[in-house]
Design a protein around this ligand. Sequence first.
Ligand SMILES: [Zn+2]
Ligand SMILES: [Zn+2]
Length: 397
Amino acid sequence: MTSYRDLLREKQAKNWIKAALALNITKEGLHEFVEDVLTCVHHDIYNTIRTSKSLQSGAICLHCFTENVLQCPTRGICTSPKNCRFHKAANQMYVPCPNGICGGVRNEIIQHHRFTGPSWMNTNADKWCTSPWEIGKCFLPPDGYKTVSSVKDSDFNSVISVMMNCKDFEKKLSFNIGAKTNLLSEVRGFGRIVRHSHDQKIEDKPLANIFFKLRSLLEDQTDLANRPEAQHAVEQLNQLQSDELNINAQNELEMLKEGLRLRLNDHYQTTLDNMPISPILAEKDAKLSSCYVAPTIIEKNHKKIGRVGQSGGREVATFSDMFCHEGHFLRNVILVGEPGRGKTTFSAMCALEWTHQYSQAGEKIERKERFGDSDFFLESLHFCSMLHYEIQVRNAI
Ligand SMILES: [Zn+2]
Ligand SMILES: [Zn+2]
C-alpha cells in the first residue's frame, strides 16, 4: 500500500497544496484594498444620512441593535411574524432609531448591495457608526460572520464575496462585476475547488489557470496594481509557482492536518447539518441548528456507576466539562443513555461546532443555557482530539 509520504510527494498533491497557499497569499494581498473601499462606503453612507437629515457632522448612534433596525418580517431572517425567532424578546423588536440615523443607514446598505439582500445575520448594528467592517459584513455570505472582527480574520470566500456584492467595488476594478461570469466569480470558484477536492489533487493545467487568474486580479490596473501589498502578493505567487515545494518533516505534518481538516469539515457539514426530526419520521429532516435542544448530561464515576437513571453526579454544563478534567484532555469519554435521549445528536453537534471555526459561513447552533462555550473548539490542538471523541461517542451509543 502507498504510504501517505509517497502520496504527498505526488505532483498533483503538491499542486493542491500550492493552490491552497496561493488563495491565502491572494487574500492577504487584497486585505487593504477591501478595507479602504469599505471605509469609503462607510463615509458615503454617513455623509448621505447626516446631510439628508440635517444632522451634525459627527452625529452617531450606538443604541440600536440589528433586531431594532429591521422590521418584522424581514426576508431571509424572520420566521413567523407571530413567533419570530429573530425578534424574540421585548427589547429585540423593531423600534425607530432615537437619533434618526440607523434606519437611514439600513436603507443605504440595501442600496449599496448588488442584490439588495444584505446579510443582516452577520452584522452588529450598534457598531455601524464606528466600524466600516460591521457594515462590510452585510456584503458577506448570509450567515456565520457575526463575531469575525476584521477583514484579516475573515476567509478567502468572504473577501471575494464582499467585492462581488458591494456595488462600490465596480469603480475600483477594470472588469464588469455584474457579468454572470467574471474574474471574481472564477476566483471564488477556485476556493470551492480546493475546499471540495475529494482527493486533494490538482492537475498542472488547472493549477496554472488558478495562478494566472489570481495574478490577473492582483494586477488589475484600476487600483490594485498600484498597491504594494498586491504587488508583494504577486511576487509571492510567482515564487510559489516556480518553487519545487520540498516536503520536509515539518510542513508534511501541516499539510496532512490541513488536508484532513478540510475533508472532515466538508464531511461533517454535508452529513450532519440535517438530522431526522423523529425516529418515526426518519424521512423528515430538519436543520440541526434550528431544532437543537442540549441534553442534560450527568458526570458519573465509572467505578461507582450504577443504573443509568440513578441520581447523583455533577451536571456537565460545558464542552470543557465534557472533554477535560483539571485542564487536561480526557483520553476516553463514554456517553451512556436510553435510546432517543440525544447522544447521536449531541455528538453531531460537537462535530458541527468544531467545523464552525473553519467554515465561517455555517449557521451557529443556538443554545439557551448549557454548552455555551463553543470557543472550546477554537484551538487547533483540539482538532485531532475532536475527531477521536466523535468516534468514541458514536461507538458508545
Ligand atoms: Zn422578525
Ligand atoms: Zn440608532
